[in-house]
Design a protein around this ligand. Structure first.
Ligand SMILES: [Zn+2]
Length: 548
């Protein structure tokens, strides 16, 4: 048997010159030095079981100045080594750790943020004990076993007038502020980790804040979480921070929102903007109560009152009010569609992007003007318009999830090149193919818009006065829900969703929603190809409900 450990793909004069015995003994030495674990993923390498599936590789690549000698070799699983995200194995290991954190977060269907990294590395444990004396801040890191009192100069920022100090704080004292910075870390940490690893100076200092009124307080990092995370992953245990004292948190919230929108310094997901908008709406509401001397739970004001009160920013407040509705729908624990929505841009795992949800469900079913009724209007009767809107859009989304997606769409199979796979006769299960096709943005747009027509039809015939722009703010009777359910079941059962012959034509590439409107109205594509037995009939489709 050839000696174990793959080196064939790698250029090493040193290894090629070793006798089989010398190579085996090198492998044994490395294996014991690495405590038997893969250098990258840190899980065990079994020299027998993995005999043909581990690599010997340079830790620091030759082309980056690494030496071709024993001190620069390591063992790694071949799968880890060949899918590594950096050529330097030390960076690859750090990124593999980040990947593990990401996978743990994915089980909760979310992306990792600084709080997760801090937790994984033993940070975010303590409050900072501090006090202000004259132009100095005095603090102690007693919880770390260092009772010494540090005295640091206090500065005042000439523009914002905020007081702040600089310090290098142990990570045990740093916390992530996920309200002011609700973004995830995203997938782009690798280049930053690599730069830090190579010792290239960055804007290392993060921005944080602390609230003096509470005495000891949490140092909350609100800006710079990518750089802090990269340094944590590389094993840094103390980090430079600029800490603002007693800033108005609402000011920081606005600042961060503008960084992601107006200034476009960072790419904000739409969904993150919506969540920030919801927080800002809550803040405006609290400020309104404070300035009017109203109790904390007073809801007698309307959205319109708030817009009028904050005159200088009425456009923004109006948007915050609607953002609050959007965020309440997508971040609703009862929403079964949420797991199928990719919140961070495009994805090849999930069938819907957040942007698709905005262009379809939200643009069809959410009322985007402010309401003149009190926030708690008819809440006692369960008829509060905004609450009905949220609950009923969630219920509709649950129908869509249950009828089309749950146990049918397979995130392992995902969406990547799916029609290509169909054309190559790969084994794509019908429910998966159907879910994928029905959720394509232009297709979803075209069949979801008829829900509006069904709802309008119902209210029109009921004789109830009705504003079609806010239809989801009226309580739907169960009969209407049964009709919507039937519509979706009938629609799902159309044979075209699983017709593999349509893969390169109707489902090849992106069509317009106009293309699909013509199909639903005539049964044919604009080019005349018959794909449905005829025009769809909404009256028939809402009948004959199987049980809800
Ligand atoms: Zn490994």
């Amino acid at each position: 048997m050839a000696s174990p450990g793959n080196i064939g793909y790698m250029n090493s004069l040193y290894l090629n010159r070793l006798s089989p015995e010398a190579r085996q003994s090198l492998i044994d030495r490395l294996h014991s030095m690495q405590s038997g674990n893969c250098f990258i993923c840190e899980r065990p390498i079994d020299l027998k079981l993995h005999a043909n599936s581990f690599d010997i590789d340079h830790v620091e690549p030759l082309k980056l100045g690494g030496k071709d000698g024993e001190e620069n070799f390591a063992l790694a699983h071949s799968t880890c080594n060949r899918s590594k995200q950096a050529t330097d194995l030390r960076v690859a290991r750090v990124l593999a750790r980040f990947e593990m954190i990401r996978e743990r977060c994915a089980q909760d269907d979310r992306g990792p943020n600084l709080a997760d990294i801090l937790r994984a590395y033993g940070g975010a444990k303590y409050e900072l004990m501090f006090g202000i004396v004259g132009h100095n801040i005095r603090l102690t890191l007693d919880a770390m076993g260092d009772p010494e009192i540090q005295s640091l100069p206090l500065y005042t920022d000439p523009l914002s007038k905020l007081q702040y100090f600089f310090s290098v704080l142990p990570i045990e004292y740093l916390h992530h502020d996920d309200r002011i910075n609700p973004r995830n870390l995203g997938g782009s940490l690798a280049p930053l980790v690599e730069e830090f690893h190579l010792g290239r100076p960055q804007l290392h200092a993060a921005l944080a804040w602390i609230d003096r009124s509470q005495g000891p307080g949490l140092v909350k990092v609100f800006d710079g979480q990518h750089k802090v995370s990269a340094q944590l992953l590389l094993g840094v245990r103390s980090l430079p921070v600029r800490v603002f004292i007693d800033p108005d948190p609402e000011l920081l919230l606005t600042t961060n929102t503008r960084a992601g929108t107006t200034l476009r310094q960072v790419a904000f997901d739409r969904s993150v903007q919506r969540r920030l908008g919801r927080s800002l709406f809550t803040d405006r509401l609290e400020r309104y109560r404070l300035e009017k001397g109203l109790p904390d739970d007073d809801e007698s004001m309307s959205e319109r009152d708030l817009v009028n009160f904050f005159r200088g920013e009425s456009r923004e407040v109006k948007r915050y009010a609607v953002d609050a509705v959007r965020a309440a729908i997508t971040h609703n624990s009862l929403n079964k569609l949420t797991p199928y929505i990719e919140f961070g841009g495009r994805s090849t795992e999930k069938p819907l992007s957040y942007s698709t949800v905005e262009k379809t469900f939200f643009s069809f079913f959410i009322y985007t003007d402010v309401l003149d009724t009190p926030l708690n209007y008819r809440a006692d009767e369960g008829l509060n318009p905004r609450q009905l809107e949220i609950d009923q859009v969630v219920r509709l989304m649950n129908f869509v999830a249950e009828i089309i997606l749950v146990d049918q769409f397979d995130t392992e199979l995902g969406t990547a090149r799916l029609e290509n796979k169909v054309q190559k006769n790969e084994d794509i299960p019908e429910p998966h193919l159907r879910a994928f096709r029905m959720c394509k943005e232009e297709v979803l747009y075209s069949w979801l818009i008829y829900i509006r027509q069904i709802v309008q039809g119902h209210f029109t015939y009921s004789g109830q006065p009705f504003d079609q722009n806010r239809s989801f703010q009226y309580k739907f009777p169960e009969q209407l829900w049964r009709q919507l359910h039937s519509y979706l079941v009938h629609l799902r059962d159309f044979p075209l969703w699983v017709n593999r012959d349509l893969s390169s034509t109707v489902f090849g590439g992106k069509q317009s929603s106009e293309f699909w409107r013509i199909i639903f109205e005539s049964g044919k594509t604009p080019e005349g190809q018959q794909v449905l037995s005829g025009s769809i009939n909404l009256m028939t489709m809402i009948e004959d409900a199987d049980s809800v």
